[in-house]
Ligand binder design. Structure first.
Ligand code: GLA
Length: 384
C-alpha cells in the first residue's frame, strides 16, 4: 500500500489549506472536523482507489472510493481510548478477493431477490443469481464492487463525504439509469449519518444499505456474543431454506428473535429454532414497529459491557437485517491481522424487506421517473 499526495480540507479552511500547501498534516480544525485523501491501491484495470479519512468529535472514519467501503470506524471507550469497531481489511486486494461485503454500500437491491426474477409493469426482469438460486446484494457486480466518485463537504460543524455513481440502464439486469448519491456525515457530536438519494429514468426497484460489520469491543477481539442488543420490532420476516421471506410477518414473542428488551446476542443463538438453523444464527429482517418514517427514528441500541461503548441506530427504513456474521469461517485475517470466525462481528443493515419486488404486500421498493428515493440512517455513539 503506497501513500502518495494527500489532499487535506478543513472546516477552518485557511489554517488547514495553508498546512496542506506546506505539505504538512494539519492539526484538528477547531470545529467541523477535517477530510484527508490518500492513495489506497490500484485495481487490475488500472483504476486508482482512494482512501478518505474524516474526523469529527471523537469519531474517525476511513472510507474507500471502492464500494464506498467503511474501512475503519474509530470511537472511544468509557476511558476515552479509541478503537476501530468495524471489520475489514488493511489492503485493497483482500477486499477484491474475498470480502463478505465488509463496510460496503449495497445496491441496487440490498439482500435477496428470489430466483433472481421480478415483474414490473408486466415485464419480467432477470438478475444474475449469485447466492444459491437467488440474487444477493445487487448481483455479482453490485455497487460494492464499483469505484465511486468522492468529494468532501462541510456543513456547519459537520464534515462529510459525498459519494456518487450512475448505474447504467440494464446493469446487473435492473431497468433504468439510476443516479445515486450517498452522503457519509460525521456530526460535531461524532455521530455517523448516512443519507441515500436516487433517481431513475425508467421504473425500477431500489433498496440501498451499508454492510458494516461491528464489534464494539474492537475489530478482531473475538465474538460479539456478550453485546447487548435491543431492536424495536415485534415481528420479523421468517425465511425458507434459501433465506427468502415466506411472506409471513411472524411475532418475535417467545422466540430467539425477541430483542424488544435488550439481551445478549449469544443468549439464544444456539437454540434449535428452525429459523436459526436455516441461517446458522441470525440473518433476518426485523419489521420495525415504527414503519417507514420521514425522519430517522430510534430502532436499535447495542451495548458492549467491557468497553462501555453504546451504539444507537435511527432510520427512516421499515426494516433492519440483523446478521450475526454466520459465514465468517476462519478463512482470512482482518485489518489488524486476526482471523475472523463466526460471530466476530454483526451487521444491522437498515432496509426495505428482502424480496419485496415479489411480495406486493411488503412496503414498495419501486422507484419511478420523477420520484426521488431517499433513505437515512444515523449511528450515534456514547459510553456507559
Ligand atoms: C447479508 C445476507 C447474509 C450474507 C451477508 C454477507 O447480511 O443476509 O446472508 O450474505 O450479507 O455474507
Amino acid at each position: 500500500m503506497t501513500t502518495s499526495r494527500r489532499t487535506v480540507i478543513t472546516a477552518g479552511a485557511a489554517a488547514g489549506l495553508a498546512a496542506a500547501a506546506a505539505g504538512a498534516t494539519p492539526a484538528d480544525a477547531n470545529s467541523g472536523g477535517r477530510a484527508v485523501r490518500e492513495h489506497f491501491g490500484t485495481l487490475k484495470d488500472g483504476t486508482r482507489v482512494d482512501r478518505w479519512t474524516i474526523e469529527n468529535g471523537r469519531t474517525r472514519l476511513k472510507v474507500l472510493s471502492y464500494g464506498g467501503i467503511v474501512q475503519t470506524l474509530e470511537i472511544p471507550d468509557r476511558h476515552g481510548h479509541r478503537a476501530n469497531v468495524s471489520l475489514g481489511f488493511a489492503d485493497l486486494d483482500s477486499y477484491v478477493a474475498h470480502s463478505p461485503y465488509f463496510g460496503a454500500l449495497i445496491g441496487r437491491y440490498g439482500n435477496r431477490i428470489a430466483r433472481g426474477t421480478f415483474t414490473l409493469n408486466g415485464h419480467k426482469y432477470r438478475l444474475p443469481v449469485n447466492d444459491g438460486p437467488n440474487s444477493l446484494h445487487g448481483g455479482d457486480k453490485g455497487f460494492d464492487k464499483h469505484v465511486w466518485s468522492v468529494k468532501p463537504f462541510h456543513k456547519g460543524a459537520d464534515v462529510g463525504l459525498t459519494l456518487r455513481r450512475v448505474s447504467p440502464d440494464g446493469e446487473m439486469g435492473y431497468p433504468g439509469t439510476l443516479t445515486v448519491r450517498v452522503d457519509y456525515t460525521l456530526t460535531a457530536a461524532g455521530d455517523f449519518r448516512i443519507d441515500y438519494e436516487a433517481t431513475t429514468d425508467k421504473p425500477t426497484v431500489v433498496n440501498l444499505t451499508n454492510h458494516t460489520y461491528f464489534n464494539l469491543a474492537g475489530e478482531g477481539t473475538g465474538t460479539v456474543y456478550d453485546h447487548r442488543l435491543r431492536i424495536a420490532a415485534s415481528r420479523y420476516t421468517p425465511v425458507d431454506k434459501t433465506l427468502i421471506p415466506t411472506g409471513e410477518l411472524a411475532k418475535v414473542a417467545g422466540t430467539p428473535f425477541d430483542f424488544r428488551r435488550a439481551k445478549e446476542i449469544g443468549r439464544d443463538i444456539r437454540e434449535a429454532h428452525p429459523q436459526v438453523l436455516y441461517a446458522q444464527g441470525y440473518d433476518h429482517n426485523f419489521v420495525l414497529d415504527k414503519g417507514v418514517t420521514h425522519r430517522p427514528e430510534n430502532i436499535v441500541t447495542v451495548t458492549e459491557p467491557g468497553s462501555g461503548r453504546v451504539m444507537k441506530i435511527a432510520t427512516t427504513e421499515p426494516g433492519v437485517q440483523f446478521y450475526s456474521g454466520n459465514f465468517l469461517t476462519g478463512t482470512f485475517a482482518g485489518t489488524s491481522g486476526h482471523v475472523y470466525r463466526q460471530s466476530d462481528g454483526f451487521c444491522l443493515e437498515t432496509q426495505h424487506f428482502p424480496d419485496s419486488p415479489n411480495h406486493p404486500d411488503f412496503p414498495s421498493t419501486v422507484l419511478r421517473p420523477g420520484q426521488t428515493y431517499r433513505s437515512s440512517t444515523v449511528h450515534s455513539f456514547s459510553t456507559r
